[in-house]
Ligand binder design. Structure first.
Ligand code: AMP
Length: 307
């Protein structure tokens, strides 16, 4: 199944209570692509970098069976750079620097070889860029999943709602769901957001897991309780990568399979946070992933009972 991923490919500099990095490989598109690569997919990436972006990072993606024809290289420009610092509790962070550079004027181009894509993952970028990709596809993919953030709700709500109306699955966090819907209860928020178009809604609750909504059906997945979290950067994107990677590989978009995809996403995210940047998800084995999926099963399983 063809999987196409749209998202930033970046340099990040990260500071958490456990350490600090210089410019390292980052970007939502990077995390999504790496996470999705573990399920036997050949995926495509649509993004842009500058001439300062190391070949070594591009090769890392290629080695994960990511086709980079849609990765534009603007040789006279600089790559997008983001820097963030996490607070003591790691649940919140301050953005210290955002240098849009090449991302500021990003005009996504879908290569011919990416047409007929079955699964489309729109990472967190401007709704205008997300829509440009949707519009260039001659055949509507079987499933379109989109991520977004409060920033776009603040400055481009109308365009964001147009994108939301076009997609099948919207992935957002709890605060964003409350902002988008104007509702405090996540169940009420899900009703309001579902009425905007997407058949499925995923609300991420950070270290408290994620909820999947479809009509009146709800599935709740925990996050893996971990002893040590070094760096939460990219956890949401890695979750999305595991989610769509599993769906594309199994080619089954039923509610039941989406539950498994959510557990897969949570599994991949649980690896991501254990080291800085993409390090922890770069070289995972099938055995390690399966072991953690089994842990999730044990964590959540109980026999049906009643009084
Ligand atoms: P997350 O921790 O899931 O919010 O994702 C972090 C990643 O998003 C980092 O690797 C950044 O490079 C990337 N990022 C941060 N701000 C932006 C932005 N305005 N547009 C696109 N990507 C961004």
């Amino acid at each position: 199944m063809k999987l196409t991923i749209v998202g930033s490919v970046a340099f990040d500099a990260i500071e958490t209570p456990y350490g600090k990095t210089d410019k390292i490989l980052g970007g939502a598109g990077t995390y999504i692509s790496i996470a999705a690569s573990y399920f036997g997919n050949n995926s495509n990436i649509i993004s842009v970098v500058g001439g300062d972006f190391p070949e070594e990072y591009i090769n890392l993606l290629k080695n994960k069976n990511v086709d980079t024809e849609g990765l534009q290289i603007k040789s006279d420009k600089k790559t997008f750079f983001w820097s963030g610092k996490y607070h003591k509790n790691m649940n919140s962070r301050d953005t210290l620097i955002t240098e849009l550079n090449v991302l500021g004027e990003f005009d996504p181009i879908v290569p011919d070889s990416y047409q007929n894509t079955d699964y489309l993952m729109l990472g967190n970028l401007s709704p205008e860029v997300q829509m440009k990709v949707i519009k260039q596809l001659k055949k509507r993919p079987k499933l379109i999943v989109t991520d977004t953030m409060n920033f776009w709700m603040d400055i481009a709500l109308k365009q964001l709602k147009e994108v939301i109306a076009e997609v099948d699955v919207l992935v957002i966090n709890d605060e964003e769901a409350q902002q988008l819907s104007g509702e405090h209860s996540l169940v009420s928020a899900a009703k309001v957001i579902s009425a905007m178009g997407p058949s499925y809604l995923i609300i991420k609750k950070g270290e408290h897991g994620a909820l999947l909504f479809k009509g009146d059906k709800i599935f709740s997945a925990p996050a893996m309780p971990l002893v040590s979290v070094q760096d939460p950067t990219g956890a949401g994107d890695t979750f999305a990568g595991g989610f769509i990677g599993y769906l594309a590989a199994t080619d089954d978009i039923s509610f039941n399979n989406m539950k498994k995809a959510i557990i897969t996403g949570s599994t991949m995210a649980s690896f991501c946070v254990q080291e800085f940047g993409t390090k922890a998800i770069e070289n995972l084995s099938k055995e390690e992933i399966n072991k953690r999926i089994n842990k999730f099963t044990d964590l959540t399983h109980f026999d049906n009972f009643g009084l």
